[in-house]
Design a protein around this ligand. Structure first.
Ligand code: FE
Length: 199
């Protein structure tokens, strides 16, 4: 039996954010995120019953289930990282995060401008990742949970740009949501991730 994936609890400070309402976060976490967890468990149950000898790259049960497993699992991982790096004090990065941002982008302002531009350009996610090949941070974008992952790069900061992450509070206006995200960014969490990087 595949081990059941258990949803991680929501960080308490995420329900008390300025500019991102409790209802928005509650729906995002309880309906969207937990929905992915339920689907992952359903997919893994079905994978156990799928016949691996029937694998086919055009269509086969195992192919469809593996594709959707990567979609659901990446959705779970990205949302966990996203909620974890919210609920903070915002403002400019501190400590190792600031150092690495400056090393990688020249200045905090250049990084922030690139992050905001990336967030307006992404259809699903911005992933700030440490790339072990050049030793720098990059603002990567993804249009779907399971697209554009960059190998050998470790995510350190996640920004959800799907409309469900802001529609309730801001309608179709994404820019004020990005401002609210920045105001509630938890740099302590980002710093902890950077300190633990396998560099
Ligand atoms: Fe989301």
């Amino acid at each position: 039996m595949a081990q059941e994936y258990i949803a991680k609890p929501l960080k308490e400070s995420c329900l008390r954010m300025e500019g991102l309402s409790q209802q928005l976060i509650d729906e995002h976490y309880n309906i969207l995120y937990k929905g992915y967890v339920n689907k992952l468990n359903e997919i893994r149950g079905k994978l156990e019953a799928a016949d691996p000898s029937k694998g086919n790259q055009t269509y086969s049960d195992i192919r469809e289930l593996k594709v959707e497993e990567s979609f659901a699992l990446n959705a779970i991982k990205l949302h966990e990282l996203y909620f974890e790096n919210l609920g903070g004090a915002g403002g400019q990065a501190t400590g190792q995060a600031l150092q690495l941002i400056e090393q990688s982008f020249g200045s905090y302002a250049s990084w922030e401008a690139d992050l905001k531009g990336s967030a307006m350009a992404a259809r699903g996610w911005v992933v700030v990742a440490y790339d072990r090949d050049d030793g720098k941070l990059h603002n990567y974008i993804a249009d779907s949970h399971n697209s554009y992952g960059v190998w050998n790069a470790v995510p350190v900061l996640i920004l959800d740009t799907y409309e469900h992450a802001y529609g309730l509070d801001y309608g179709v206006k994404r820019a004020p949501y990005i401002e609210a995200f920045m105001k509630n960014l938890d740099w302590e969490v980002v710093n902890k991730r950077i300190a633990e990087l396998p560099r």
